[in-house]
Design a protein around this ligand. Structure first.
Ligand SMILES: Cc1cc2nc3c(=O)[nH]c(=O)nc-3n(C[C@H](O)[C@H](O)[C@H](O)COP(=O)(O)O)c2cc1C
Length: 182
């Protein structure tokens, strides 16, 4: 059974997780990769169906070709490691989203940054990765050790249409019914 000892540090890490789109060039070694994949594997899913497969890409040419299947895919090119989260037939996006988040949180615990990336042209991604037609192939995760200076510069220049921070709880929490106040 897991420990339920309070862990303020874990709480801070979870609420503090932010995407990283700029990475240092050093590769992620196989042991670290396995830990990240294990965190995905242990994710809970509806009826424990585990409706996912993970495709690991480290080859720069392969990452570049996959990047052509989405519209904001810079992180896939710059990251030393990419994991594509494939949804098996009948699986739900909620389940694969949880697996993805677990991999990103565990990566952060290992000092590795990450960014989810949308493969807007899903059929392109399916074709390039040999994923069957009835499987979902819409999201990839970029992983790499953070290049903090590069990240700061990138964020300074990001389009102002992308909001920063998060909505306050008062805007998104409802009590008892939609629109209900505390
Ligand atoms: C489902 C999903 C798809 C995303 N797709 C992309 C993407 O295609 N390219 C990208 O650079 N970031 C992508 N992101 C990252 C979001 O832009 C990021 O989570 C959001 O701006 C909040 O960033 P922050 O946690 O650093 O504040 C995606 C995130 C999610 C959850």
């Amino acid at each position: 059974m897991q420990s339920f000892e309070p862990s303020p540090e874990t709480y801070e890490r979870i609420t503090g997780l932010r995407v990283v789109r700029k990475y240092r060039p050093e590769p992620i070694d196989d042991q670290q990769l396995e830990k990240i994949l294990e965190a995905g594997r242990w994710t809970g899913s509806s009826k424990n169906t585990q409706p996912w497969s993970f495709i690991v890409l480290s080859d720069p040419g392969q990452r570049q070709r996959l990047a052509e299947c989405g519209s904001f895919t810079g992180p896939l090119v710059g990251a030393p490691l990419v994991v594509v989260v494939v949804r098996l037939p009948g699986g739900g996006d909620f389940d694969i989203g949880r697996a993805a988040q677990n991999m990103m949180e565990s990566a952060a615990a290992l000092g590795i940054g990450s960014c989810p990336v949308t493969l807007h042209r899903e059929s392109c991604a399916r074709e390039r990765l040999h994923v069957p037609e009835d499987h979902g192939c819409r999201w990839a995760l970029a992983f790499g050790y953070p290049d903090l200076d590069g990240e700061r510069q990138l964020r300074a220049g990001l389009r102002s249409t992308i909001p920063r921070g998060r909505k306050p709880l008062s805007e998104l929490v409802h009590y008892g019914r939609f629109g209900g106040e505390s």
